[in-house]
Design a protein around this ligand. Structure first.
Ligand SMILES: [Zn+2]
Length: 356
């Protein structure tokens, strides 16, 4: 990966994306290290990027802590300088640690400068790709998108919304496309040969070492801007005919992992004492339920429903019961729409009960 120093590299298969990036670690002596996020679901970077609140420097820092500094090279002069080795700081020989800052204080100043330089553009990028996702992949996208494949949806965008299509395609300039052959993961875990000398005369030695390892081809995208990474991801989601939903708890986009009717994402939203984590999937349905539980209208309805239901054994016919249920549903809708008050609904339930 040395050829891509200071750039972010994506290796894409049909279903997964591996991200190789350069990231600052804020330890006692902050430094930049080379680092990889492997085997993430396709679109992970893009959806994580869209979920960041770039008005908040803390959120910005968290995002950069995960995805590295190199994703910003095209947007921030400071970042570019760091990788061009023009900025102050010490480069440390070796592959792992490439740049060292003298203090934590300096780290904060640099991060703040980078934030100020890239913030506006990051927000513009977010808007472009939020809109792109909504138009192309969102299960609850615009009315015209119902029943269309993602290719058909993209055709509508290209033909009828050329500005949007251009904005998406513009980000391609931040990505260089290539391919790479990589060993299958199960092969690597067996034994992967160490390379001691790189020279043609050792080709045969190396060839013998990898004879039993299976290789496959992956797409390689080298990017210098988050826009480039988003574009590469977007393109792959398009090829995959992806469907994307908004999480009912946090409101961020996610790709349903098992079933299309999933309502909540797998983002960790709570950490309990002892390090136990809770995701939107854990928390969302419970909150929804407890919200329902506290809803005075629902409480009133349940009370009346129970009452009615108990009358089934005392002469109330099933037809009458279902008729009542339908009427009650309409009444509730009326309350929600502001046609009746809850008090009126209560009165209606009592009156109706009295008549039976
Ligand atoms: Zn969520």
């Amino acid at each position: 990966m040395q050829d891509s120093q200071g750039k972010t590299v994506l290796l894409l298969t049909e279903k997964t994306e591996d991200i190789y990036t350069w990231k600052i670690i804020n330890s006692d002596v902050p430094a930049i290290i080379f680092f990889s996020l492997s085997n993430k679901q396709i679109g992970s970077f893009l959806l994580d990027f869209l979920a960041v609140d770039f008005n908040n420097i803390e959120h910005f820092n968290n995002f950069i802590n995960i995805y590295g500094l190199s994703s910003l090279v095209g947007l921030s002069k400071t970042t570019k300088d760091i990788f061009a080795n023009k900025s102050e700081g010490k480069w440390i020989k070796g592959f792992e640690k490439i740049y060292e800052m003298d203090s934590k204080d300096k780290y904060s100043r640099i991060m703040e400068r980078i934030y100020n330089e890239s913030n506006t553009e990051l927000k513009i990028l977010q808007d472009i790709f939020k809109r792109a996702i909504y138009l192309c992949f969102d299960v609850n996208g615009p009315e015209w998108s119902k029943g269309l494949t993602v290719f058909q949806r993209f055709a509508v965008i290209e033909t009828m919304m050329s500005k949007t299509a251009r904005e998406i395609r513009d980000e391609a300039k931040h990505t260089t496309y290539d391919f790479q052959v990589v060993p299958d993961t199960d092969s690597v875990s067996r034994t992967f040969p160490a390379v001691y000398y790189i020279d043609e005369i050792y080709a045969e030695v190396y060839a013998n070492q990898i004879r039993d390892i299976n290789y496959h081809k992956v797409e390689k995208c080298t990017c210098d801007s988050p826009g480039g990474i988003c574009y590469a991801s977007f393109k792959k989601l398009l090829e995959n005919n992806a469907l994307i939903k908004k999480c009912q708890h946090c409101g961020d986009y996610f790709i349903p992992s098992k079933r299309i009717d999933e309502e909540y994402c797998d983002k960790v939203v709570k950490t309990l004492p002892g390090g136990i984590t809770r995701t939107c999937k854990d928390v969302g349905p419970m909150l929804k339920y407890s919200k329902k539980d506290k809803d005075p209208l629902i409480i009133e309805y349940r009370r009346a429903y129970k009452n009615r239901h108990s009358k089934l054994k005392k002469g109330l016919t099933k037809e009458e019961f279902y008729y009542w249920k339908e009427e009650a549903t309409l009444m509730m809708k009326g309350v929600r729409q502001g046609k009746y008050s809850i008090e009126e609904f209560k009165e209606w339930c009592k009156k109706d009960k009295g008549e039976s």
